[in-house]
Design a protein around this ligand. Sequence first.
Ligand code: FES
Ligand code: FE
Length: 328
Amino acid sequence: MLIEHEALHNHWYVVAEAADVSGSPVAVRLLGRDLVVWRSTSGDVVAAPDRCPHREAPLSEGTVEDGCLVCPYHGWKFADEGRCVEVPSSGAGKKVPPAAHLATVLAQERYGLVWLCLGDPVARIPEMAAEHDDAYRRINSGVDVWATSATRMTDNFLDISHFPYVHIGTFGIAQNSDVPKIEMQRLDDDFFGYEYDVEVRNDDESGKEASGQSADVIHRRMSTGFNLPFTVRSTIHYETGLDHLILLCSTPIDDDRSYFTFVIWRNDDFSVPGQEVIVFDRAIGAEDKMMLEKVKGVLPLDQKATVSVQSDKPSVEWRRRLAALLDA
Ligand code: FES
Ligand code: FE
């Protein structure tokens, strides 16, 4: 089982959109563990096992009152940092047993998303410089659940040889099946990947909305890279000067189910509503999802178990480094 590797606990994963954690507790699952996420009195997002220490009721079925998480079974109340502050049956002012406090896990908000780490983080959440650049706006897409492994997703997001097949309904061009030689390189502090040029179809309305161009076939300069374990960044530079950056986040819920979200940063004129601009990206994601949900199980980390060719170089390198991370 992939998710049983302890080393995966020491990395950050997206489990929800920050805007969705407001009035009520939210149930999430990360690496096979059920967790509850809520917003405490301080306004910070807090996460803890979704199990009340009293009689194991799911805390996510409870409520949030004045920033405290309230268990639905006997009303125990948990404040900032998961501190149990009230046991109603003991009467006011009575001491709370120390074991009643929740063992919280690390949580932070970044890029409009809630990221959790079950252990001690050995790496930071990847930095997106555009987040601090006024020329860019950020567009969030919501968090979806895909019935596939995060390994299959990361492998797919690093791969361009499926464009003419899986993405023939959006931007793929059938005759572009030949992938030029790939040189892997350090793209910046957080991403390792490659740069390439690609011609893409641009003949439907949502595609034209995203590219800001009217021609039916357009050129993109792209880079795609990974940040271990399962984050991929794709950057698209159009000849018009428009940059369209995509952060693709895959989170193992279990071995064969994952959260998926993508975040866009664009230096456009902000005139078209964000949710319209990402219609095309959503359609592309749906094509990948449809394909991956047909492929069973985790991608084997033993490279000999599958056949790879020149165009799989990015995935082979990512898998090599992932295997080393899991062994560490
Ligand atoms: Fe939560 Fe009893 S199970 S208060
Ligand atoms: Fe794809």
